[in-house]
Design a protein around this ligand. Structure first.
Ligand code: FE
Ligand code: FE
Ligand code: ZN
Length: 299
């Protein structure tokens, strides 16, 4: 019944003692066919040395389980802010951290690095966008790997950039390294930015016109705790938010997006990951009414 190719998974942790081997085991335990990880804590740039990360052990296991390494996603730490050029030390730290993250992504044999474009924090949209372009160019000048940076669509809270397709297209089209840039579309963020996921074909048409569909490299599949246009960025479990299961399931199975890795970043339930349940509903094309209540009862 289900011979459709689907690269679907969640973000998984990457911490000691098992590091990458643990990440792969976690993805397998959810029934995933791909996954995303941070190469350290998401909120800081402290990173364990690569020789401690059990990369080869993890790779051996993932290849045995039939994962495609080209579809594995790394997420850069979200404190990197390439738009805050008004603060030279912050800008400098951001560039150093991004270069290290691109190199780490390559060391894990992954090819996709998701990056939040940045917040202009009062410097103004245009100044912020240009700072992002210069920062990315400076970093990619120093790295010759095949890692691509997927700029994430943002919800538009505070002074976030990358909230419209136009801003993302501007960054990509003005970079010297256009061939290494693409987009990660986050369904919660896009909905919060003002575009209803229920009209997904319209969203794809406009994405194609403004950015180009070949630039879409990663999808983040999240429901939203807030209505369209709320600019909040609070993810919700599948079927419990304003987007709803059917609209998200439509995105996941969209025939134009077959080759793109799809990653859940929905919230934990009482400190437990719900990804096995959510992934299975998407794989089976079927929402289970009350699944979260059932999940809670079993804890
Ligand atoms: Fe993100
Ligand atoms: Fe996301
Ligand atoms: Zn988010």
């Amino acid at each position: 019944m289900n011979n459709e190719k689907l690269y679907l998974g969640s973000h998984v942790s990457m911490s000691g003692p098992d590091f990458y081997l643990g990440s792969v085991k976690e993805a397998i335990s959810y029934g995933s066919t791909t996954f995303m990880f941070y190469t350290g804590a998401p909120q800081n740039t402290f990173r364990s040395p690569l020789d401690r990360c059990k990369i080869e052990e993890g790779r051996k296991l993932l290849l045995e389980h039939g994962f495609n390494e080209d579809k594995i996603v790394v997420h850069a730490p979200y404190i990197i802010n390439l738009a805050n050029i008004g603060n030279p030390s912050v800008y400098d730290i951001a560039k150093k951290a991004l270069l290290s993250e691109v190199q780490r992504t390559h060391a894990f044999h992954a090819k996709l690095l998701v990056l939040h474009p940045g917040s202009h924090v009062g410097n103004g949209e245009q100044v912020g966008l240009n700072a992002i372009i210069d920062g990315i160019d400076e970093v990619l000048d120093k790295d010759n790997s095949d890692v691509k940076i997927a700029l994430e669509t943002m919800a538009g809270k505070g002074s976030e950039l990358g909230t419209t397709f136009e801003q993302l297209a501007y960054i990509i089209n003005n970079s010297k390294h256009k061939d290494r840039l693409g987009v990660c579309l986050d369904t919660c963020h896009v909905s919060d930015s003002g575009l209803p996921i229920g009209n997904f074909d319209e969203i794809l048409t406009s994405f194609d016109k403004i950015i180009g569909l070949d630039r879409l490299l990663v999808l983040h599949i999240n429901d939203s705790k807030n209505p369209v246009g709320a600019h909040k960025d609070r993810h919700e479990n599948l079927g419990y938010g304003y987007i709803g299961f059917d609209a998200l399931n439509y995105v996941v199975h969209h025939p134009k997006l077959t080759d793109i890795p799809k990653i859940l970043e929905t919230p934990y339930i009482e400190k437990n990951p719900p990804y096995k349940e959510e992934i299975s509903m998407l794989m089976n094309n079927k929402f289970i009414e009350g699944w979260r209540e059932e999940f809670l009862k079993k804890l």
